[in-house]
Design a protein. Structure first.
Ligand code: NAP
Length: 470
């Protein structure tokens, strides 16, 4: 929306003040795109409700994917950029009303992701022993909001585990549960996580896809990795592998899918081996209900056939599969922030090229990037292109004089302090980082994640105390 010329932001006088809500990869990539251009001087504040930055790089990428987690070093470089500040432990919409934030900056970019788990909507979903992948992943990554008691109780029963869904998150969960304790020793997982995983009585992990393998959403690298586990044997039924119907046949002709099918075919001769976890991949079964009565004992499944459009079609053939733990890995959902609605249907913020739409029209100074813009898809790097598109729109709007100047150009740190908030600043995050490395060293590892919010904040405060002493 264009504004009167005399109200236009004038970058020559003062830097463009941009707040980014969410310090995950999308937020940090947006900050990078802003900080590394020279057309418009900028001052970027990245705000996160957690005391720590990096979002899913810290709390989503599987801890045994050490190389991918190393991406944090790249993201850290952006946090260290002189045009960028980090304010952790501040929840926009709760601690800091959105209207107040918007009054103090020229533009806001929402990058807070899709932090809710998808639901199956079937009976028994809430029984003890039924977890979402989000519950489990948050727990094993040491997220401060993880429900330790529920997850650890469920794991203590988990002899036979069923994972519903055949995306990369489902494979992460299956792999972590099937790994030998020694394989996880060098990860950043908190010690209580390593102990609970080592004590879990897992003998069988079954991953269930409702459609044929040609339409599974996992990727080849992640699939092949299952075949390299130290003490698990992957089992596949050859009958599941033949493409059925036009959609599956068409998909199977794509090279990435052909590689997946080849990997699966390589396992059809496998036999269970004594002492090894049986890791079964089963396709064309949909979950009907979880059976109790007091806790999950089994899962009722229905055989599906391939519909012409690729959708799973019911056949009426039922099977009851014993299960002590069911992990529902059926994607994530975006939620609204107080003051920022999401579209009910897409669970994303409505936008055009990253410009937030309110009542169908671009809202001045509001932008969106990452999962809350496009939905929970793609790899971490996808967020880089996505954030660049959004930042390009923002800079175009600046050039076109379409941004209103901020109404109260007061430093955000002053505003946060006046709100009674205690943001975790970059140096405080540095102290948390150092505390995690020091804890890791006591276990012979590079780092151990501090999982408790109070412990994180205590480590952060240490930096503040040292600063005052010095
Ligand atoms: P996803 O790839 O969308 O997979 C969701 C799975 O849930 C699909 O198999 C889907 O089947 C199934 N599903 C959905 N509703 C269902 C229902 N009602 N009943 C049965 N099955 C159902 O999501 P994700 O695994 O959560 O991953 C999210 C994103 O993160 C993806 O882009 C993923 O690649 C990425 N990621 C990447 C890595 C990596 O690169 N290593 C690791 C983790 C995550 P249908 O296809 O039939 O709907």
């Amino acid at each position: 929306m264009a504004v009167a010329r005399d109200l236009v932001v004038s970058p020559a006088d003062s830097p463009l003040r941009v707040a980014i809500v969410g310090a995950g990869p999308a937020g940090v990539y947006a900050a990078e795109a802003l900080a590394e251009q020279d057309a418009v001087p900028v001052a970027v504040d990245i705000i996160d409700r957690l005391p720590t930055p990096f979002g899913l790089v810290r709390y989503g990428i599987a801890p045994d994917h050490l190389k991918m987690r190393g991406l944090r070093a790249t993201l850290q470089r952006t946090l260290d950029h002189p045009r960028v500040r980090f304010f952790g432990n501040v929840e926009v919409g709760v601690d800091l009303p959105l209207a107040l934030l918007r009054a103090h900056v020229d533009a806001v970019i929402y990058t807070y992701g899709a932090a809710d788990a998808g639901r199956l909507g079937i009976d028994g979903e809430e029984l003890p022993g039924s977890l979402t992948a989000l519950d489990l992943v948050s727990w094993y990554c040491g997220h401060p909001d993880a429900d330790r008691a529920t997850v650890e109780e469920a794991l203590s029963h988990a002899r036979s585990v069923v994972v519903i869904g055949v995306g990369n998150v489902a494979l992460d969960v299956a792999r972590v549960l099937a790994r030998a304790p020694e394989e996880l020793q060098l990860t950043e997982m908190p010690q209580h996580v390593l102990d609970a995983l080592a004590d879990a009585p897992v003998e069988q992990v079954t991953v269930i896809g409702r459609r044929g393998p040609a339409l599974a959403s996992f990727t080849t690298q992640e699939l092949r990795e299952l075949g390299r586990l130290q003490s698990a044997v992957v089992l596949v039924d050859p009958h599941d592998l033949e493409p059925l119907g036009a959609a599956e046949e068409q998909a199977a002709a794509e090279s990435a899918v052909a590689r997946n099918l080849a990997a699966l075919r390589g396992w059809v001769e496998h036999e269970p081996s004594p002492g090894a976890v049986r890791l079964s991949l089963r396709f064309r079964w949909r979950p009907v209900r979880l059976l109790g009565p007091d806790r999950v004992r089994a899962l009722e499944l229905e055989r599906t056939a391939a519909g012409a459009d690729g959708r799973a079609v019911d056949t009426g053939e039922l099977e009851v599969l014993p299960a002590d733990l069911v992990v529902r890995s059926v994607g994530y959902r975006g939620t609204s922030l107080p003051g920022l609605p999401v579209d009910e249907r897409t669970q994303t913020v409505t936008h055009t090229a990253g410009r937030v739409l309110r009542d169908g029209r671009p809202s001045t100074g509001e932008y969106v990037a990452g999962w809350i813009k496009r939905g929970p898809s793609g790899v971490v790097g996808t967020n880089k292109h996505d954030a660049k598109e959004t930042v390009a729109s923002l800079l175009e709007d600046v050039a076109a004089g379409a941004l209103a100047p901020c109404r109260q150009p007061e430093d955000l740190l002053t505003v946060l302090t006046r709100q009674g908030l205690h943001p975790v600043l970059l140096e405080n995050w540095g102290a948390i980082d150092a505390a995690e490395e020091a804890l890791g060293a006591t276990h012979g590892r590079d780092r151990t994640t501090l999982h408790d919010r109070n412990t994180l904040l205590a480590a952060a405060r240490l930096a503040a105390a040292n600063r005052e002493d010095g």
